[in-house]
Ligand binder design. Structure first.
Ligand SMILES: *Cc1c(COP(=O)(O)O)cnc(C)c1O
Ligand code: SF4
Length: 330
């Protein structure tokens, strides 16, 4: 008797890790041995989502753990602040068929609306994904929108997290991109950090096999995120692609001290990853309590410059709608 389809195609471990992620604040409380009721919070319409492997890197019994603070819904998110809105980067009207063309030569594809983790400070928390997905249908509308610009040399896959797409879907997209004028494929992803299982054999073969130059930009904010499993995944990833960089968001109470940022750069370097951007927070509603002002950001980067080699100092930037590139702050 033939096996049912689901038995023949087992769920890949990374998909299982996302499926089985912690979604209940009370369970998170129990796993971290926090007093009952200490995490109870509203989620302002953006629910808790954190994979168990990431929870395992949090310190037990510490309500201020820097990884916990990145994912835990809190009452502060419901407070309204002047200057913090739903679309701080004015992107909602700029995207066409999931393609966002703001800077020379580069076009960003919103490849997926899904993420393996919900980061409380994320500017995309209020993004209307169903209207803006390049991944709908067969990519042709997105590829046509990209071709309209003519001069696109680099396709940037973003989201959401583009690695939320399975390997078959990604392979389809890569094949299509190879037949355009695109030469570089950049992938902005938090997956290798939060669900290192995502760096599986199929993905590695796909990345190593394309004629496009592949750049992976990770998103890691704190050295405690870099577990041994993440280190193993990064080693394999580095062997398959041209370069692996990291971007971080400067977050109050999480990484806004020079010791933490220096150790993040050093730990990344141990894994062969160079820091790229340190972003000042995008002013999305619900994230104001994470904001670190530009002056403090400058001070921190100056402190990093004094203690690290230049290549381990990230570029402090802010994204300002209408500018021709990210805007350097320091
Ligand atoms: C950040 C971003 C890019 C990439 O900018 P780089 O400075 O090259 O990293 C491209 N397109 C959009 C829409 C972006 O937001
Ligand atoms: S887009 Fe990135 S920062 Fe935002 S929730 Fe997803 S993984 Fe986190």
């Amino acid at each position: 008797m033939p096996l049912p389809a689901h038995a023949r195609t087992p769920v890949p471990p990374w998909r299982a890790a996302v499926r089985d992620a912690v979604r209940d604040p009370q369970e998170l409380e129990a796993l971290l041995e926090l007093p009952a009721g200490s995490l109870a919070a509203s989620d302002a319409g953006f629910p808790l989502l954190v994979p168990r492997g990431f929870v395992a890197r949090m310190r037990k019994r510490d309500r201020r753990d820097p990884l916990l603070l990145q994912v835990l819904p809190t009452a502060a998110e419901s407070e309204a602040y002047e200057g913090f809105g739903a679309d701080p980067l004015a992107e909602q009207d700029a995207a066409r068929h999931g393609v966002l063309r703001k800077y020379a030569r580069r076009a960003l594809l919103i490849a997926s609306g899904a993420c393996p983790v919900h980061c409380r400070y994320c500017f995309r928390r209020a993004f209307p994904y169903p209207r803006q997905l390049a991944a709908r249908g067969d990519w042709s509308a997105a590829l046509a929108a990209l071709a309209e610009h003519g001069d696109v040399e680099e396709a940037i896959l973003s989201g959401g997290d583009p690695l939320s797409l399975g390997n078959a879907r990604l392979a389809e997209l890569v094949t299509k991109l190879e037949s355009t004028g695109v030469r570089t494929l950049r992938i902005h992803t938090r997956f290798p950090i939060v669900v290192p299982e995502r760096i599986d054999a199929g993905l590695l073969a796909l990345l190593a096999g394309t004629r496009l130059a592949v750049v992976v930009v990770l998103h890691c904010n704190h050295p405690n995120e870099l577990s041994n499993e993440v280190g193993d995944a990064l080693r394999k990833l580095r062997a398959a692609v041209r370069v692996v960089l990291n971007q971080s968001v400067l977050l109050r109470g999480i990484n806004d001290d020079d010791g933490t940022l220096a150790s993040l750069s050093e730990r990344l370097f141990e894994h062969g990853v160079l820091p790229y951007y340190l972003h000042l927070l995008d002013r999305v509603a619900g994230a104001a309590h994470f904001d670190v002002d530009a002056d403090r950001g400058r001070e921190l980067v100056a402190a990093l410059r004094a203690r690290l080699p230049g290549y381990l100092v990230p570029r402090l930037v802010r994204e300002i709608p209408g500018e021709a590139s990210k805007t350097p702050i320091a």
